[in-house]
Design a protein around this ligand. Structure first.
Ligand SMILES: Nc1ncnc2c1ncn2[C@@H]1O[C@H](COP(=O)(O)OP(=O)(O)OP(=O)(O)O)[C@@H](O)[C@H]1O
Ligand SMILES: [Mg+2]
Length: 262
């Protein structure tokens, strides 16, 4: 397997000016991990441990203070079409329809109109939005907006998908439905994916490996292999093995937070 993404000893310090003094946040310390081509990785950790900071740096919107991030061997120097991102809050263009939102990245890449139509139709179907192509974001539920966000990210066919708690703002039932959909889409496309989540079930259900982060400063405390085959279905969620792995993850998270576990 080829490594598509490598983080090596990545540390990040933020310095913020408060009135006349400077305050420093040591957000990440020595974060190292690799992602194989075609792998689904989840990153889980307490609020504030630096998950979004990692994702923003992989996306090239911010840079490590120390250490390096390489995509296909090249140091990340800025954003690019090789990465598709979905953020926690829907970030659709409100004046564009579903169709035109998904088309947006394709237009930026200079794709011809006919080819764009085909591509959009394919991904509208894949995320289950058939019939809603002409709707505007304000006419969709939060879950549907996140589906559009996923379709938009997939449509440009990036080398790697970066998902920052894409279902974080949704209710529990909608989350489960969208996790199941995402697993199905992932099987269809086998696109390398880095998913940030604070939901243990989401991590275990979707990922091949779960990277567990501890706090203050943010660092990797465990990497847990998820041995379940695919497709993953409702039986898996209800199984004893699934429950045990969730427990294992919970203990790892507590260790990372410095909470004693009996
Ligand atoms: N642009 C910034 N300027 C200053 N500090 C920042 C900046 N971005 C993040 N931080 C700090 O870095 C730390 C990590 O933030 P980050 O948003 O990466 O956490 P997170 O793990 O994504 O949290 P959450 O689960 O709540 O989204 C926090 O202490 C935060 O205050
Ligand atoms: Mg975050």
């Amino acid at each position: 397997m080829t490594k598509i993404l490598t983080l090596k000893n990545v540390s990040k310090t933020f310095t913020v000016k408060k009135s006349r003094a400077y305050s420093t946040t040591h957000a990440l310390e020595d974060v190292s991990f690799d992602v194989e081509d075609g792998e689904f990785i989840a990153i889980i950790g307490a609020s504030g441990c630096g998950k979004s900071t990692i994702l923003r740096m992989i996306d090239g919107l911010d840079f490590p203070t120390r250490g390096e991030i390489r995509l296909r061997g090249e140091i990340v120097t800025g954003p690019g079409p090789d990465r598709g991102v979905v953020f926690q809050q829907p970030s659709l263009l409100p004046w564009r329809t579903v169709q035109r939102n998904i088309e947006f990245g394709l237009e930026c890449n200079g794709m011809a109109a006919a080819e764009r139509q085909d591509r959009v139709a394919q991904y509208v179907e894949l995320v289950g939005l058939g019939g809603f192509e002409g709707h505007y974001p304000a006419q969709l539920s939060g879950g549907m907006q996140q589906r559009v966000g996923l379709a938009r990210a997939y449509a440009v066919d990036p080398g790697i998908l970066l998902l920052d708690e894409p279902f974080g703002a949704l209710d529990a039932q909608t989350r489960v439905v969208l996790q199941t959909e995402l697993e199905r889409v992932w099987r269809a496309e086998r696109k390398t994916t880095v998913l940030i989540t604070h939901d243990m079930e989401e991590a275990v259900y979707l990922a091949d490996r779960v990277i567990v982060m501890g706090n203050r400063p943010g660092r990797v405390t465990d990497i847990i292999d998820v041995p379940f085959g695919r497709p993953r279905g409702e039986e898996l969620r209800a199984s004893a093995e699934f429950g045990e792995l969730k427990q294992q993850l919970w203990r790892a998270l507590q260790r990372g937070m410095g909470v004693g576990v009996a």
